[in-house]
Design a protein. Structure first.
Length: 83
């Protein structure tokens, strides 16, 4: 995650803001929704044909998607344990 944060510009793109919100969400009831919002913002950025992301941003986007997948799997596993 440190490489993602190290390339954050002064004004973060929307996908970074939603991604960080998902990572920092403490309410389990809101976490999966935040993850979905962040994934959607990241995929929108990837699909955006008007701006080709730099190699560093491509890596950051892939890393962010991977982290969100892990976070979602972990949260779903926790919810199943408590159900």
């Amino acid at each position: 995650m440190s490489d993602i944060i190290s390339i954050v510009p002064t004004q973060a793109p929307q996908w970074r803001e939603t991604y960080q919100a998902a990572l920092l969400e403490l309410d389990p009831k809101k976490l999966l929704q935040r993850i979905a919002e962040a994934r959607s913002a990241i995929l929108d950025q990837i699909e955006d044909g008007f701006s080709k992301p730099s190699n560093a941003e491509q890596v950051a986007l892939r890393n962010a998607l991977e982290m969100l997948s892990r976070l979602a799997e972990s949260e779903i596993g926790e919810q199943r344990k408590t159900a």
